[in-house]
Unconditional design. Structure first.
Length: 153
């Protein structure tokens, strides 16, 4: 079971889980293959894989979370109501291969900068839909009724 799954609040559930792009794993393997003989490659490979195995990027129905670390854990969390803006950066190669970065600004000085991930647009879209669901539930407890224009007779 993942670190964040054990620490969810009451009624909180995971909506979307971000993941690293395959290109990051390829970089680690290439470092091992080409530099492994010098021990530098083994260090680079181990470090890159440890970062990928101990990082969690999650959108829940109540907050957005970035967890990094294994022995020393660093968790950045922001409630959905506190999210002010979502920025996404994709290079040309990132657009072609499907990877990029997501940066979230919250009320005050809190910012969460996610590492490069696969399908950042899906992560941002899940966050937006979770935000709109939280805002709708905050008002009356239920989503608003659709507006029906009066019919001309």
């Amino acid at each position: 079971m993942a670190y964040l799954e054990k620490r969810l609040g009451g009624g909180e559930h995971i909506i979307h889980r971000g993941r690293f792009h395959w290109l990051g794993y390829a970089q680690a393997w290439l470092a091992l293959l080409f530099l492994g003989i010098l021990l530098v490659g083994i260090y680079i490979f181990a470090r890159m894989m440890l970062i990928r195995l101990t990082t969690e990027m999650v959108v829940t129905n109540q907050r957005v979370v970035l967890k990094r670390g294994w022995l020393s854990v660093d968790v950045d969390s922001l409630t959905l109501e506190a999210v002010e803006s979502i920025k996404m950066k994709e290079s040309l190669l990132g657009r072609i291969l499907g990877y990029g970065r997501v940066m979230i600004s919250g009320k005050g000085e809190l910012h969460i900068d996610y590492p490069s991930m696969a399908k950042p647009d899906e992560f941002a879209q899940a966050l937006e839909s979770a935000r709109s669901g939280a805002v709708a539930a905050q008002g009356t407890g239920e989503p608003p009724e659709p507006f029906d224009a009066p019919k001309a007779s």
